[in-house]
Ligand binder design. Structure first.
Ligand SMILES: [Zn+2]
Length: 234
């Protein structure tokens, strides 16, 4: 009997650890992966990847000269995208991060604004923070994107050099000061003349991404574009 059960390890594991939807936390049905059918059909896609001068690009106007910027999904509090982000960031749903990255990758395939991108790079965490969490969620999203786009992946070249505390209770200006100039490039030559696609989980004020992009642009003859999994209009 026991041997029979073990022939089906995934079913067996499910008895004790039901796989939950990353969006609504209900147990997934057979055949569903990462998200239930309902959540999958109701993902709030922005479709910004099809538009120049989209709301994500506008966030960076006058701040840093990006080539293109977009986000896959709208974020709103209490909704499934917030839960997906929470599961990715705090509940070790690494496979969910990679799956969401693949969704981004499929949407960016053959995108005219990104046709010459050759390097993909996650926004780095400070190494202490990554050590605490055990992984960088943006790196996992990057991996998922790159399973589709197959670009040169740059993981350790851009480094975060200051530890930023949690940002939720700070004003926009404080948040900006908190992350200003805390990124460095270890090997600038490797990024010369590249079009870099910078990846993060969620875009709010854009301060972190701005600081990253500025660092990249100040050191190299490169172009920078940005993609995030979610966009929180503020
Ligand atoms: Zn669901």
């Amino acid at each position: 009997m026991f041997a029979k059960i073990l022939e089906y390890p995934s079913d067996f594991m499910r008895l004790f650890y039901p796989r939950l939807c990353g969006g609504c936390d209900v147990p997934l049905a057979k055949g569903e992966q990462h998200l239930c059918l309902h959540c999958r059909l109701e993902l709030p896609f922005t479709n910004f990847e099809t538009m120049k001068d989209n709301p994500v690009e506008r966030i960076f106007y006058g701040r840093v000269p990006l080539h293109f910027a977009t986000s896959l999904l709208y974020f709103s509090k209490g909704e499934k995208v917030q839960n997906i982000l929470h599961n990715i960031k705090y509940n070790e749903r690494k496979e969910l991060a990679i799956f969401m990255g693949k969704l981004i990758g499929k949407r960016l395939q053959n995108n005219p604004y990104l046709s010459d991108v050759n390097v993909i790079m996650p926004v780095p965490l400070h190494k202490n923070k990554q050590h605490l969490r055990g992984y960088n969620q943006s790196e996992l999203i990057t991996e998922g994107i790159n399973e589709v786009l197959n670009l040169q992946q740059s993981i350790n070249n851009l480094v975060r050099t200051a530890f930023t505390s949690t940002q939720t209770n700070k004003s926009r200006i404080e948040r900006w000061e908190n992350v200003e100039q805390v990124f460095n490039i270890k090997h600038p030559n490797a990024l010369e003349d590249k079009h870099i696609l910078l990846v993060d989980d969620v875009l709010t004020t854009g301060a972190t991404l701005e600081a990253c992009a500025e660092t990249l642009l100040s050191n190299n003859r490169c172009k920078v574009s940005i993609v995030t999994l979610a966009y929180a209009a503020i």
